[in-house]
Design a binder for this molecule. Sequence first.
Ligand code: GDP
Length: 202
Amino acid sequence: VDVVNAEFVKSSVKTEECPADGAPEFALVGRSNVGKSSLLNSLVRRKRLALTSKKPGKTQCINHFRINDSWYLVDLPGYGFAAAPHEVRTDWAKFTKDYFLNRPTLVSVFLLIDASIPAKKIDLEYASWLGQNEIPMTLVFTKCDKRKKKKNGGKRPEENVRDFQELIRDFFKSTPPWIMTSSVTNQGRDEILLHMSQLRNY
Ligand code: GDP
């Protein structure tokens, strides 16, 4: 179950350019700043591996990391970056949606949601799109170590998690699996890896 070996394989700008060896994969996606790079690094326990995808020019790519020589973690560009020009945002949507719809080896999308703040409209829209298109999804709540703050509505991570699940309930036939994580305490790391291993063997 653990990650023994992780290597960056390639950056692709189109679904057709992704590795063609048929190995199962899990895609991590979420709003910019949700903690995706931190989580990826915590999963592979190798600081800076995920930074490959933060290099200029690689942020708009589908980045494949081969794990234990048998499956892939896929880092997708973050969405909802306020400063991105409209065309970039539209391109992003087209390109990731094409990947979700046309990648048979994609076992599950891991949608990252910041549990330290109340639900954001763009995250709800994203989850609803995945649900309506019946793309298998796992919810990964990030930053669960963060204490409540008045400016964040004064809610604890557990409360934000419950609210989010309630808000997306109607988009899904059954409740998507969900995992609470923190890259600071490593909460949820083993649970994610176990869940991925169960999904691969399913
Ligand atoms: P990305 O843009 O989604 O790749 O997000 P990063 O991994 O770069 O993290 C964005 C910010 O959130 C950084 O300042 C991180 O230190 C912080 N962060 C990420 N994960 C956690 C977490 O689990 N807990 C806390 N408290 N902060 C986090």
